[in-house]
Write a protein that binds this ligand. Structure first.
Ligand code: CP
Length: 311
């Protein structure tokens, strides 16, 4: 069997197309498993995984924990709000203390970009990035691309627009890198203030008009406005933003083709997307969440096999 080329999953930047295809093929098998009456396999029975969340999460945290339990791993959960981090402990001390209890793999979400790369130089355990600040969210990009492949048959050659707060979004960067490695064309769309100045260097198209972006694409991935990461005002009001960049059913109905609508969650209904669109047949938002479990099972299974020969 092929193996993944990396010891950690720090970002999409560090993996190649072959790794991504291997993750998808492995996730296909796990998707079958989690739809069976008995949803568990013994693959990671001897592995202990710590989920370290230094930032809030619903989907990613629950999805990783379910994926770990479906693989029969031993799981320990940690969240910074109820820990000794608030007493001044450093990241390395916190993680080293947890690892001294014989943990093999760390799934971490952290508000600082690069926290995972830093940690990987100081600890022996394998690390999976579950989101680092505004930088990368690799498993979200993998599950997004997997969901496009499932819906449209392939990712190569597809046109994907990522709409909204590109500047503060780790989902945007990981999606751009992942979709390009798989041969898709990528466009970003949003207000000028929320599009990074040097985005062209990533080889993406830029469009400031949502209707034109929708006319161009096969898939629109609608991002949340990350107010918690914005220290200044980037647009006059949420109402103004939603008038310019909120996706409505009327817009979709005005197109002379079907497009697929995605959202990584959490959704701000009525801001970046109306409820009518989020709950419509155009949307694959809940399929993305379902696929997240199979994709994360695949990532952890392949990484564990990389160091211990898990079959
Ligand atoms: N998509 C995503 O990362 O959601 P959470 O913040 O709820 O994990």
């Amino acid at each position: 069997m092929s193996s993944i080329s990396t010891r950690h999953l720090l970002g999409i930047k560090q993996i190649n197309e072959k790794d991504i295809q291997l993750i998808f093929e492995t996730a296909d098998n796990f998707k079958t498993v989690i739809n069976r009456p008995i949803k568990k396999v013994p693959s990671l029975r001897d592995i202990t995984i710590a989920n370290l969340f230094f930032e809030n999460s619903t989907r990613t945290r629950v999805s990783f924990e379910l994926a770990e339990k479906r693989l029969s791993a031993d799981v320990v959960n940690f969240s910074s709000s109820s820990s000794s981090v608030s007493k001044g402990e450093t990241l390395i001390d916190t993680v080293k203390n947890i690892l001294s209890m014989k943990v093999d793999m760390v799934v971490m979400r952290h508000p600082k970009p690069g926290a995972h790369m830093f940690l990987s130089k100081h600890i022996d355990a394998q690390i999976i990035n579950a989101g680092d600040g505004t930088h990368e969210h690799p498993t979200q990009a993998l599950l997004d691309a997997y969901s496009i492949r499932e819906k449209l048959g392939d990712v190569a050659g597809k046109k994907v627009v990522i709409v909204g707060d590109i500047l503060h979004s780790r989902v945007a960067l990981s999606n751009i890198l992942c979709l390009q490695k798989l041969g898709a064309e990528v466009m970003v769309c949003g207000p000028t203030t929320l599009i990074p100045k040097y985005i062209h260097e990533l080889g993406v198209k830029v469009e400031y008009n949502l209707q034109k972006a929708l006319n161009w694409c096969d898939v629109a991935n609608m991002l949340r406005i990350q107010l918690e990461r914005q220290d200044i005002k980037y647009f006059p009001s949420l109402r103004e933003y939603s008038l310019q960049y909120g996706l409505t059913l009327d817009m979709l109905n005005s197109l002379n083709k079907e497009i697929t609508i995605m959202h990584p969650g959490p959704i701000n209904r009525g801001v970046e997307i109306t409820s009518e669109v989020a709950d419509s047949e155009h949307s694959i938002i809940l399929q993305q969440v379902e696929n997240g479990v199979a994709v994360r099972m695949a990532v952890m299974y392949l990484l564990a096999g990389q160091v211990s020969g898990v079959q």
